[in-house]
Design a protein around this ligand. Structure first.
Ligand SMILES: [Fe+2]
Ligand SMILES: [Fe+2]
Length: 243
C-alpha cells in the first residue's frame, strides 16, 4: 500500500498499527476521527511531503523516497530522528529493563542465568546509547552544518576539509553491529535461558524486543536511505562549489 495524502489516517493505522509510534513522533495524538492525512498535517503544521516520506519508508521496505528527497529540509529529518531516539531511551528501553527486573524478582531458581540476561541487556543498552550519542554529537551536527552552508552559500574551508575527510558511509556499518547484539539478546531468551515458571513474562519481554527491533531497523533504514543520500548530495554541492 502506498500511503497518500487523501487517505483517512485511521484506515492507514488499521492497516499497519506499527505506524502508531511513528505518527506520535510527529506530535499526532490518537483521537483524530475521520480526518485525512492532509487535514491532520495542515492542522498541526507538519510538512506533508516529509510525513509521507517517513511513513511510506517505514511501512514498506521497497518504497524508494527519491521523488520526495528534495522537498523538505534536513533539519526536519534530524528533528524526527532525535524524537525517535528520545522514545527509545526514555520509554522503550526502561520499560524492557523493568520487565527483566520483574522476571528476576519472580524467579527463585537460575539466579546466575537471570543475572547474565540482565548484564547482556545492560551491555546492549550501552552500545545503543553510544551509537545514538555519536549520531547526536557528531553526525547530525555535521549534516546541519552542510545544510546551513548550502542555504547561506557560505562554504568555510574548515567545512570543506571535513567533507573531504569524513565519510558518511562509514556510519551505515555501525547499524549492523547494534542490530546483531539485539539478535543475540533475543536468542539468549529463546534458546538458552533455563525454563522459568513465569513464561508469560518471558513472552512479554521477547515480544517487546521484537517490536523494538522492528522499530530500530526502520529507523536505521530511514537514516541509511534518506539521510545518507541527502548528505551525499549536499557534500557533492559543497565540493563542487570549492573546486
Ligand atoms: Fe539514530
Ligand atoms: Fe543510527
Amino acid at each position: 500500500m502506498l500511503i497518500e495524502k487523501d487517505m483517512n489516517l485511521a484506515d492507514v493505522l488499521h492497516h499497519d498499527h506499527n505506524l502508531i509510534p511513528v505518527i506520535n513522533r510527529f506530535g499526532i495524538k490518537l483521537g483524530f476521527g475521520d480526518s485525512t492525512i492532509e487535514e491532520i498535517c495542515s492542522d498541526l503544521n507538519i510538512n506533508l511531503d516529509f510525513f509521507l516520506t517517513i511513513t511510506n519508508t517505514y511501512h514498506d521496505p521497497r518504497y524508494f523516497a527519491n521523488s520526495h528527497l528534495k522537498s523538505f529540509d534536513v533539519y526536519l529529518l534530524v528533528d524526527y530522528l532525535k524524537q525517535t531516539h528520545k522514545n527509545y531511551l526514555n520509554d522503550r528501553i526502561p520499560y524492557i529493563a523493568r520487565l527483566i527486573k520483574q522476571l528476576m524478582e519472580d524467579t527463585t531458581e537460575h539466579k546466575a542465568s537471570m543475572k547474565l540476561l540482565e548484564n547482556f541487556y545492560k551491555e546492549y543498552v550501552n552500545e545503543l546509547t553510544r551509537h545514538i550519542e555519536r549520531e547526536e554529537k557528531v553526525v547530525y551536527p555535521y549534516v546541519l552544518k552542510l545544510e546551513k552552508a548550502i542555504d547561506t552559500a557560505v562554504f568555510p574551508d574548515e567545512l570543506t576539509h571535513q567533507v573531504k575527510t569524513y565519510s558518511i558511509t562509514d556510519y551505515e556499518k555501525e547499524h549492523e553491529n547494534v542490530e546483531e547484539k539485539l539478535f543475540d539478546l533475543k536468542n539468549i531468551i529463546i534458546k538458552y535461558l533455563p525454563p522459568t515458571s513465569n513464561q508469560n513474562l518471558c513472552f512479554s519481554i521477547i515480544h517487546e524486543l521484537f517490536i523494538l527491533e522492528k522499530d530500530l531497523n526502520e529507523h536505521a533504514r530511514i537514516e541509511d536511505t534518506i539521510l545518507v543520500p541527502k548528505v551525499e548530495s549536499m557534500e557533492y554541492v559543497i565540493l563542487n562549489n570549492k573546486n
